[in-house]
Design a protein around this ligand. Structure first.
Ligand code: AMP
Length: 209
């Protein structure tokens, strides 16, 4: 079963993935995280990727293709979740050649709420757990004890660039997947627990069939 998570930044895709990991064994293709992993190696490619990410721009198709293919090499799990991919038409065509999308979870959120969440979020540099500056008094992750930090691309300028790109290139992809009858739309202003509950019911049901 192949699942795509689609939603504006701050809509809770990363949080949902971390919650789902407690219930299912799946292969996660989180393209943003894979790109951050490459940056942390200090490679030349990583430096080029960081330049794009910090400006809120998309990383080029060839790089995305190779990291996605590399992640799926030797994949034997029955569920694969794609987070932050596809982000435009070219990537959706690329995905069509790799996998059939069975379910697209669209986390719907207004831009105002999304901006508020993104500008206040902190991410654990060790486990990826996401929290907010409001919810914690320290910079230590409650899940794993790692260090919490703001993402270097969560600055207003880069955030706005990502919104622009999302509205122009990613949001229109919904039409393609709606036509395939695979879209599950969820109000992402709900709590993470409520969102998780809806998703768990649907996945359990679909996975049975
Ligand atoms: P995310 O962790 O999904 O918010 O992604 C962080 C950044 O990584 C994005 O703003 C892009 O610069 C880059 N990125 C993530 N996914 C993709 C993708 N599918 N295609 C191109 N660039 C991406």
């Amino acid at each position: 079963m192949n699942i795509v998570l689609l939603g504006i930044q701050g809509s809770g895709k990363g949080t949902l993935v971390l919650d789902l990991e407690k219930y299912f064994d799946f292969t996660l293709v989180s393209v943003g995280q894979l790109l951050r992993d490459e940056i942390s190696t200090g490679s030349v490619l990583g430096k080029q990727i960081k330049e794009k990410i910090d400006k809120g721009l998309l990383v080029d198709l060839n790089t995305i293709k190779s990291i996605v293919e590399n992640k799926l090499k030797n994949n034997t799990r029955s569920i694969t979740i794609f987070d932050g991919f596809p982000r435009n038409r070219e990537q959706a065509e690329m995905l069509d050649k790799i996998a059939k999308v069975d379910l697209l979870i669209y986390l719907k959120l207004t831009k105002d709420l999304a901006i508020d969440r993104v500008l206040n979020r902190l991410m654990c540099t060790k486990c990826g757990n996401i929290t907010t500056a409001k919810a914690t008094n320290s910079n230590i992750c409650l899940e794993c004890g790692g260090k919490l930090a703001r993402r270097s691309d969560d600055r207003l300028e880069a955030v706005e660039k990502r919104f622009e790109q999302y509205e122009k290139e990613t949001f229109p992809l919904l039409e393609k997947y709606r036509a395939q009858g695979v879209v599950l739309e969820i109000d992402a202003s709900k709590t993470p627990e409520e969102v998780l509950d809806i998703v768990l019911k649907v996945i359990k049901n679909e996975h049975k069939n």
